[in-house]
Design a protein around this ligand. Structure first.
Ligand code: GCB
Length: 608
């Protein structure tokens, strides 16, 4: 292949996986949209009676619409007619929200729930297109409008959308979603996790109306190689995408540039800019960016910064930074269940700020978009993580495709958020050849989609063969990542806190080291001496000792202890202490700060 062909080949590959396979509409919060949040009728369907007939054949694989299929939303035609379900007489659930914390009977439920929302809709312009957009549904969603299947989405934490222009009526549309959160071996995540498997339509649902040719996607960031250049692409979708003029305006930087799309509807650009105020945790400056075509326009609030590593340092805008972090699950225990709103994001990120953080690890899956938008505004750097957790099926091609798809979806959604500095590929995955090549493939996908950020994964440490107090990182995936991160629980799962004093870290890699987890469980209000497990004093002691221990690692450039708030976990049964909560939070499930909170806060305050 000559050079020009090679370029075209890579150009095509790098743009097609963003477009053909993954036609996500980004930045829905700044678009013309109608919310479908609110109450939806639901039917919990343990036997999937509304999906399969009595021969276990799927109704949606049949040519003719069967009235027994719940997505047909059928009603009896007369008093002798038999229809054995009725959405309109069924109970309701709030969307966005998980079902577990809304109906006691569904607390432990894992299976199918059918959701139905009826709505009227009038387009503002007859040529416009309309999409239904879901922020996320856990885990598998089959979506139907007016009895027709729109499609399926797999993965509980990333957005998806379907075009509904041709199916939409002005009156009495019914949108039906079958959400199934059964855990499956081949899934991502798989059967085993240390978090609650909240089911449901857990994020916002919207109807998004766009012109027939519309701005679907764009990537606008600083050129990592030249921080006075803003670089990226804009991608049109719809009827006429080739040779279209697109205007990019950043008034405050006196940028007003017109670019032309190629035959794929893509316009690449690189624009020099003067006197950029760089985004940082000290000054989280966001510019108003306007993108316009003759038919569409969209605005975003984008920060410009560079993030790199140099030897053992992490450089934000060229200056070394220490990541004062905390890990967070997407839960608001004060209201119960999944965090879903901007107010929930405020609560969690304000707690992180109070703790003195400039960084959060959003574990163990992509959190809702509000978190990222708010982190951008508040100046909190973010680690976003793909839910490749523990022991998934490394050799299963479909499992890989699923993991890769979820990774692409989160990168598509959040690639314009300055706050996001790290894409994490996985958490605590056992080293083997198939696992490492799985992760390497994910990493190479992430790098192709986004060369402006750092890659990492929460790895594990290894004990020296001859001396159990000497620790190494012997993971071949460490060679792929930019930041060498690992979780360690010396003093909790491995010995008691005083053991930390004996540990010697021998880390050979010339990379920044980040400790992505450490912690101890404590029940708020339970006191005793520091050797008594589950007391606040034990947790406090572990924090004091661990901070001393890890401060001896010369390459240490950040930490995100486990975890900001107690969270629900089906693995934690100890009565009176856990009661199905993982108690490693620095804040209790009632919102009270435990003693260790203040230890970490002091550590952060004392760090320059
Ligand atoms: C870990 C996992 C995290 C668990 C935590 C724990 O290593 O990454 O998901 O919740 O330990 O509490 O055991």
């Amino acid at each position: 292949m000559n050079k020009a062909c090679l370029f075209l080949f890579f150009y095509f590959i790098s743009h097609t996986f963003l477009t053909a396979q993954n036609e996500l509409i980004i930045n829905v919060y700044n678009r013309e949209s109608t919310s479908l949040n609110g109450t939806w009728n639901y039917i919990a369907d343990l036997y999937e009676n509304g999906y399969y007939n009595y021969r276990y054949e799927a109704f949606d694989q049949k040519e003719n619409l069967d009235r027994n299929a719940y997505f047909s939303n059928s009603k009896p035609t007369g008093k002798s007619d038999r229809i054995e379900y009725d959405f309109d007489k069924s109970k309701t659930l709030n969307v966005p929200g998980d079902w577990n914390s809304q109906d006691d009977k569904l607390f432990y439920y894992e299976g199918t729930v059918w959701y139905k929302k009826s709505f009227n809709y009038k387009k503002t312009n007859k040529d416009n297109k309309v999409f239904v957009y879901f922020g996320a549904a856990n885990y598998k969603a089959e979506v139907y409008l007016n009895g027709k299947k729109l499609g399926t989405h797999v993965g509980g934490f990333t957005p998806f959308n379907f075009e509904i222009t041709n199916l939409l009526e002005e009156k009495d549309n019914f949108l039906i979603v079958k959400v199934d959160n059964k855990r499956i071996k081949e899934g991502v995540p798989t059967l085993n996790t240390d978090w609650w498997n909240y089911g449901g339509i857990t994020r916002d649902v919207k109807l998004v109306e766009v012109p027939s040719t519309y701005i679907r996607d764009y990537f606008i960031q600083l050129n990592p190689a030249n921080n006075t250049h803003i670089k990226g692409y804009i991608k049109l979708s719809g009827e006429e995408i080739a040779n279209k003029k697109i205007n990019i305006g950043i008034a405050e930087l006196k940028i007003n540039k017109t670019v032309i799309t190629n035959s794929y509807g893509i316009a690449d650009f690189e624009i020099p800019a003067k006197k950029i105020k760089y985004w940082s945790y000290k000054n989280p400056y966001l510019y108003k960016v306007d993108i316009k075509t003759d038919s569409d326009e969209i605005t975003d609030q984008i920060g410009f910064r560079t993030i790199k590593t140099s030897g053992q340092d992490i450089l934000l805008n060229g200056k070394p930074v220490f990541l004062k972090g905390i890990s967070i699950h997407e839960e608001n225990p004060l209201k119960g269940g999944r965090a879903t709103t901007m107010e929930d994001a405020e609560l969690l990120l304000n707690w992180a700020k109070e703790l003195g953080c400039n960084f959060v690890r959003l574990a163990h899956y992509p959190h809702n978009e509000h978190m990222l938008r708010l982190a951008d505004k508040k100046g909190i750097m973010v680690w976003e993580e793909n839910p490749v957790y523990w022991t998934i099926q490394w050799e299963n091609k479909e499992t890989y495709q699923n993991a890769e798809n979820q990774l692409k979806e989160v990168i598509s959604r959040d690639k314009n958020r300055a706050a996001v500095i790290i894409w994490s590929m996985a958490n605590e995955t056992p080293v083997s050849e198939p696992r490492t090549s799985f992760l390497k493939n994910l990493a190479s996908t992430a790098r192709k989609m986004d060369s402006t950020r750092l890659l990492s994964a929460a790895l594990e440490q290894n004990t020296d063969k001859n001396n159990p107090d000497v620790m190494h990182i012997d993971d071949p995936f460490a060679n792929t990542v930019d930041i060498l991160s690992f979780n360690q629980y010396i003093g909790w799962y491995a010995g008691l806190p005083e053991r930390t004093g004996k540990i010697v870290w021998e880390i050979d890699h010339d990379k920044p080291v980040f400790i992505s987890e450490f912690g101890a469980g404590a029940k708020y209000g339970f006191h005793g001496d520091k050797t008594e497990r589950w007391t606040e004093e034990f947790q406090e002691y572990l924090y004091e000792e661990t901070l001393k221990m890890i401060s001896k690692i010369p390459q240490l450039r950040g930490i995100s202890p486990w975890i900001l708030v107690d969270f629900r976990s089906p693995r934690r049964h100890l009565p009176g202490i856990q009661d199905e909560w993982n108690r490693k939070g620095l804040i209790s499930s009632e919102g009270n700060k435990k003693k260790a909170f203040f230890v970490l806060r002091e550590f952060y305050q004392s760090k320059p």
